[in-house]
Design a protein around this ligand. Structure first.
Ligand SMILES: Cc1ncc(COP(=O)(O)O)c(C=O)c1O
Length: 401
């Protein structure tokens, strides 16, 4: 094995031979280079909604690439796949009359949404409004904006100075947030939150929390941003977490599930009201990426959303979740786990101790889940079968025993 690859979130000293070399996937199963199969209980990294080996997406990308693989969408250029995927996204979102900015990664979407929130305030003449309120346990990617927005402290440390004007609030504490608004209300541009916190350990919001944030933002003239990079595209049992919780943000990020990862694609959904502020004469949106509107990525997204719609995968997330919740409840009542939490098709088993050894044992036995501190996250493809869910839970049970 080569040692040239520097892995993300890794110990660079770790030997290349420690890694599992994934070579193939089919449905909810992935295979390593020895032919061993694994049930993918994390859908790659919270994203492969339609499962592996979907020829419809492969063909859509191949057809697109045989015409042209990519061309930028900086003025005066545009392309039909980019226009079509953005239309499909807004139709499924709470902002059917909104517009969509495209990028490649969730981190790009987060940095862009922070810039849009700030530029809107500048356009309104409220130049003092630069503060972004963010939550403990929040994960918002690893570009400088997203790193500054992290509520997972170790991810912020060691990089030198980050972006200023972020204030962190405890993750389910509306009162603390109200206090921050009381102190800094006229300097706050936006509140940034995941509907369900994902990488921070799968924390659904407490009842009324997101509604409370919406109210505070409205009262104080701030914007509400949902980072839907994990929640978006069916994970919560709806197309977006916003719809699952009945709370409409002004701006929403997405990535991951929009293509199920067949090619990188991300973006920001902008409400009609915010669009109106950007559509003023002479305003230039001076931000964007070479791959904003990449033809082949957009073609992958179109085919992926067609599959998700035809197969009713957002609704199917609820079935997957019921099976996971049943199994986790049984593990808790047997005293094998401390507790469990989740919604839609994203759950966590709380072990109350370092979860890496249990993850390692499960991996050895052909099941992939993600250790986050003291919990194990489960976020499988939305097409996963009941038998495969059973295999995840049985393997967890024997690893815990
Ligand atoms: C909520 C959230 N925002 C942003 C990101 C960053 O996305 P990416 O890794 O594609 O840059 C992630 C990644 O897991 C995420 O979960």
């Amino acid at each position: 094995m080569s040692n040239s690859l520097l892995h993300p979130f890794s110990l660079p000293e770790q030997a290349a031979s420690d890694y599992v070399n994934i070579v193939r996937g089919e449905g909810s199963i992935v295979f390593d280079d020895s032919g061993k199969d694994y049930v993918d209980g994390l859908a790659n990294l919270w994203l492969c909604q339609v499962g592996y080996g979907r020829t419809k997406i492969v063909e859509a990308v191949t057809n697109q690439m045989s015409q042209i693989h990519a061309y930028n969408t900086f003025p005066p250029f545009t392309n039909s796949p980019a226009e079509r995927i953005t239309e499909m996204i807004v139709e499924r979102s709470p902002h059917p009359d909104g517009r969509v900015f495209l990028g490649s990664s969730g981190s790009e979407a987060v940095d862009t949404v922070l810039k849009i929130a700030r530029v809107v305030m500048q356009q309104r003449g409220q130049t003092e409004r630069q503060i972004i309120v963010k939550r403990t346990n929040g994960y918002h990617g690893t570009n400088f904006g997203g790193t500054s927005a992290q509520g997972i402290a170790p991810n912020r440390e060691g990089w030198g100075d980050l972006v200023p004007h972020f204030i962190e609030v405890p993750h389910d504490d509306l009162e603390a947030t109200a206090q921050v608004f009381a102190e800094h209300g006229d300097r706050i541009a936006a509140v940034l939150t995941e509907p369900v916190q994902g990488a921070g350990g799968v924390h659904p919001p407490v009842d009324g929390y997101l509604e409370g944030l919406r109210r505070l933002c409205d009262q104080h003239g701030a914007l509400l941003i949902f980072d839907e990079v994990i929640c978006g595209f069916g994970r919560t049992g709806h197309w977006f977490g916003a719809q699952a919780f009945g709370v409409t943000p002004d701006l929403m990020t997405f990535a991951k599930g929009v293509t199920s990862g067949y090619l990188p694609l991300s973006g920001v959904i902008v409400s009609r009201d915010i669009c109106a502020e950007l559509e003023k004469p002479e305003f230039l949106l001076r931000t964007g990426y070479t791959y904003s509107g990449h033809h082949a990525s957009c073609a992958a997204g179109i085919a992926n959303l067609e599959i998700m719609t035809e197969e009713g995968l957002p609704e199917r997330a609820n079935h997957v979740g019921e099976k996971l919740a049943e199994g986790l409840a049984a593990l808790a009542s047997d005293g094998l786990i401390e507790s469990w939490r989740g919604m839609g098709a994203v759950y966590a088993a709380e072990l109350g101790r370092d979860s890496v050894p249990t993850r390692n044992e499960m991996l050895k036995n052909g099941v992939i889940v993600r250790p986050i501190g003291t919990c194990l996250a489960i976020c499988p493809p939305l097409v996963i079968s009941d038998d495969e869910i059973g295999r995840i839970l049985d393997t967890m049970e024997s690893a815990l025993k």
